[in-house]
Write a protein that binds this ligand. Sequence first.
Ligand code: GAL
Length: 411
Amino acid sequence: MKSLKKLLVASTAICGTTFGAYATDLEVTHWWTSGGEAAAVAEFAKAFNATGNNWVDGAIAGSGGTARPIIVSRILGGDPMGATQLNHGRQAEELIEAGLMLDLTDIADAGGWRDVVNPTGLLDSCTVDGKIYCVPVNIHSWQWIWLSHKAYADAGVDVPANWNEFVAAAPALEAKGITPLAMGQQSWQTSGAFGVINVAIGGLDLWTKINVNKDAEAAASPEMAEVFEAFGAARSLSAGSNVQDWNQATNMVITGQAGGQIMGDWAQGEFQVAGQTAGVDYSCLPGLGVNEIISTGGDAFYFPKNDDPAITAAQKELAALMISQPVQVAFNLKKGSLPVRGDIDMSTANDCMQKGLSILAAGNIMPDGAQVLTPDTTSRVEDLLVEFWNDTSMTPADAQAQYAQIISEAE
Ligand code: GAL
């Protein structure tokens, strides 16, 4: 393939045209394999291929938890891809410190990223020692519940407007054989839902005391007991949900087999692919309709260093393209995420994205859990929550006591 390309470059050069001079294959790894995610990533591929380069899709099936170790070990093992997805935050820090990642500062300066990226913290997450090593592509927030209008219509009750109404409506759904809460059985989904319930029911101050200040007393407080009670209610309401992947759980909501799903805004892409309309076929409640706030985590692309100057040029071309205005609009509309720049027209975004955009504009934002807890604390909390989720003999009070202990030992 490569030699064919070289031949093409040589022959076009002889013919006096420049076509093909920049045509380079670039393998791009990511974990976007659901219907909505695949539609979104295809926008990147289309834009990149239009430059004459060739996007070689390196989708890795499974969740980020499966993909990230594969991505990191390929880079460490000397088999780097051309570009790769990771989450905003500290996931690539060691690779950068080891000198394995391409410095994008020149491209970022040329594109004025410092002036356009919003919130600016997204670019800070890409910056190490004053140099920029990634391009943020979206803001993804976790704090949503997605509700099926069909499920509530079939049960003869109104679509809930908040968490309390959601819990109150559950018996009517159960009477019709509908699972109130769809939940995929993977640990990141369990702990993600807990984080959403935590900030919705307990509020941001309580969340901050525990997750940022590592305040064990706050973790053991009566306010936090209410959070654990609500998480216990979620456990009972999802008893009929035995799917694994998050998008299978979203599909239960799309088809009316379940009332709702607590999931990040990437769920929107699934409703779109299924041809459903926000406000007509489904509703979304940010902050579970109780406390409207969004976290500003998301995805960024990194570019492992490569000796081949053609690859480096293609990497920089892709980085610039991913954050360009038209690509930001096209990609994020499909993905259900918010764009990383504030200077673009998102008027065609659906109801749910508009809600997210206005919450962002109002500044009701919070950090992502991964930005404030070490991986060790995160995995201890995750293990505890999974144990609680699977063992119904464990009470919310038991789980809270163990949780407060973990927070007391957190750094
Ligand atoms: C997250 C990622 C989202 C979405 C989600 C589920 O890590 O930030 O873009 O893909 O996983 O696959």
